[in-house]
Design a protein. Structure first.
Length: 277
């Protein structure tokens, strides 16, 4: 495993997509800061959490091309020939994908903190809330990497695997949007106001005529939070209501996808290519 990781990280030095991912991250951080400079009342929290909205798409492209090259250039074939087992090959590519994605998240945060704090002030989140948000962000990134690594490892055609990964991201984006409205529907409509300290006060409540019922809301929320992009939108919108539940969904998804991926990839041991997509 260590040799596979060293070889994989060494490849990154000359990988164009990797460097494009890095510079694109810096560009997005700068553009996001610039976009909000003219908006009064925008907190640093909003800018910090903005990147998670887009990162799933960039991970889809990076992972599918990085792993796809290993198929097309015969690197996976050579790894198997020299005696590396398929589980190690699968997991090493996952670890590299996660490491690159987390590096980009760190770079984004560094740029936002260095430039954003003088412009927008400190975070409104306390340190505990920030750490919980960061934990969820890390798990969402690992979830994205797991899904795309799974697809790319079992599909040997780089063009097809890249296309599938992008379609999967679009499908997740559409799905979270479809379930979001129901998942966030409340039984009561509240009339509220905020005092000068930012505290919320409820003036009155009335039944929501469009409330679909507790069961439908629970089902929609379950599906919505099971989708990595759904969790990403929660963080991006600074909705902290489900932060303690989200890691459970993420860990379950990461476990299921990787166990299934390792099983399928290992079952193709007779051939030096994976599934013929």
């Amino acid at each position: 495993m260590v040799k596979l990781l060293k070889a994989g990280f060494f490849r990154l030095k000359k990988d164009v997509i990797f460097w494009l991912f890095i510079f694109l991250t810096i560009g997005i951080a700068g553009f996001t800061l610039f976009r909000y400079t003219s908006n009064e009342g925008v907190s640093l929290d909003k800018i910090i959490n903005e990147f998670i909205t887009y990162i799933g798409f960039f991970i889809a492209i990076f992972v599918s091309i990085f792993v796809g090259k290993e198929h097309s250039e015969g690197i996976i074939r050579n790894k198997i020939i020299v005696g590396h087992n398929r589980i190690s090959i699968f997991l090493s590519n996952l670890i590299i994908s996660v490491a690159v994605s987390l590096l980009c998240e760190i770079i984004y945060l560094l740029v936002v903190f260095v430039i954003g704090i003088p412009l927008f002030g400190k975070m409104q989140m306390n340190s505990t809330e920030f750490m919980i948000v960061l934990l969820n962000t890390i798990l969402i990134i690992i979830s994205f990497c797991s899904i795309y690594n799974f697809i790319s490892m079992i599909c040997s055609e780089i063009t097809i695997s890249t296309t599938i990964c992008i379609i999967v991201f679009i499908a997740m984006f559409i799905a979270q949007g479809a379930f979001s409205l129901t998942a966030h529907t409340n039984e009561y409509i509240e009339n509220t106001f905020y005092d000068e300290n930012g505290n919320k006060h409820i003036i009155s409540q009335e039944l929501n005529p469009n409330y679909p019922g507790d069961e439908k809301v629970k089902q929609a929320r379950l599906i919505y939070l099971s989708i990595p992009q759904g969790q990403a939108m929660e963080i991006s919108n600074n909705n902290l209501d489900y932060l303690k539940q989200m890691p459970i969904y993420s860990i379950a998804l990461i476990g299921i996808v990787n166990i299934l991926g390792i099983y399928i990839f290992s079952r193709n041991g007779v051939r030096f290519s994976s599934l013929d997509c």
